[in-house]
Write a protein of this length. Structure first.
Length: 345
């Protein structure tokens, strides 16, 4: 066993719709890259993975396709997901694969059995010895430092790229959870649709994301509401490039509908929470994790709508992968929290 430990580094993966993060036991987070693969369609080989591939989105010639293998938190393109995982695992192992690693992967709690098997199969094909799945809300709560092993209610909201996970946890288990396929991607898409409808301007995925980062907010903010941004895109009527100036309140208005879906999921989860745990949550507050937690004012919006203090985790983007890392470092004490396991010999 000591031989295994010396040559095999266990790996924790947050396989996200927007970003993939990798934790290496004994070393911490060693990789954080966009979940994007660029493939040469004629030869079926990967040309770039991660940040290099993201730069190609919307800018490739006909024979090259840059794609995101995950949609709404699940694998949409199995071959591309496997290529991406292989690439990342090889990179963190610095090309050395002496012994196949044990891998813990965080996945959305609302995925189907078929989708779970697809993730386990992709990780096995990418070189895993053992694959363990952990629900993202549990991993995020562990990574945010919530005392999930204790007999107290902890509420976590993990707003990712493809899914928003809302869960109440106690004693290493999920008491109530809800997963909605509305998250960062849908917020960007709402901005794209707004630009088309109101400004007759067609903007790409990356531009919409940039608008969200620069001007996006979930709650009125006096300082931000004065901000403006010049946006370039294709004018729908003339078909020519055009620049328009937009204001922050417009962008908040454009994202109001997907944000209301997330708030409703939080309210539904609270309504179903047992009274004793609900009392704990009122005392302790709600914890926000995931990239969506970085949207200005989202904590204020949830506090305003629920009447419960809402905190943002110290490093919201890293919560899920840090949670998988905590599981790797305390494997024997945490064997009850896995939602799936497959062995590949």
């Amino acid at each position: 066993m000591a031989f295994f430990n010396r040559f095999s580094r266990d790996i924790g993966i947050d396989l996200g719709t927007a970003n993939t993060l990798v934790y290496l036991s004994g070393r911490g987070i060693v990789l954080q890259e966009p979940s994007v693969v660029a493939i040469d369609q004629e030869r079926r080989i990967p040309l770039a993975v991660g940040e290099d591939a993201k730069k190609m989105l919307g800018r490739t010639p006909g024979n090259i396709v840059a794609l995101r293998p995950l949609r709404d938190g699940v694998i949409a393109d199995f071959d591309a997901a496997e290529l991406m995982l292989k690439h990342f695992i090889r990179r963190v192992n610095e090309g050395k694969t002496l012994i196949q690693p044990r891998i813990v992967i965080g996945i959305p709690s609302g995925v189907t059995g078929v989708e779970r098997r697809a993730v386990m199969e992709a990780a096995s094909q990418a070189g895993a010895r053992d694959v363990y799945l952990i629900d993202e809300p549990v991993a995020a709560a562990l990574g945010a430092g919530l005392p999930v092993s204790e007999a107290t209610g902890n509420m976590i909201i993990d707003i990712g790229g493809g899914t928003t996970e809302v869960a109440v946890l106690s004693l290493q288990g999920t008491v109530i959870s809800e997963s909605v396929r509305i998250a960062g991607d849908e917020l960007s898409e709402a901005i794209t649709q707004y630009m088309k409808k109101v400004h007759n301007l067609v903007v790409g995925e990356r531009t919409a994301e940039e608008i969200k980062i620069q001007l996006g907010s979930a709650y009125p903010d006096d300082e931000l509401d004065q901000a403006m941004l010049e946006v370039r895109g294709l004018h729908l009527l003339s078909g020519l490039p055009r620049t328009v100036t937009i204001k922050a309140p417009e962008i908040r208005e454009s994202m109001a509908e997907p944000l209301s879906v997330i708030v409703e999921a939080v309210k539904r989860t609270l309504e179903r929470t047992p009274p004793e745990l609900a009392a704990d949550i009122i005392d302790r507050g709600i914890m926000l994790a995931g990239g969506g937690a970085l949207l200005r004012g989202v904590d204020t919006l949830i506090s305003h709508e629920t009447g419960i203090v809402t905190h943002i985790a110290a490093a919201p983007l890293n919560c899920v992968v840090l949670g998988t890392g905590r599981v790797l470092e305390n494997f024997k004490q945490m064997d009850r929290i896995f939602s799936g396991h497959s062995r590949h010999s």
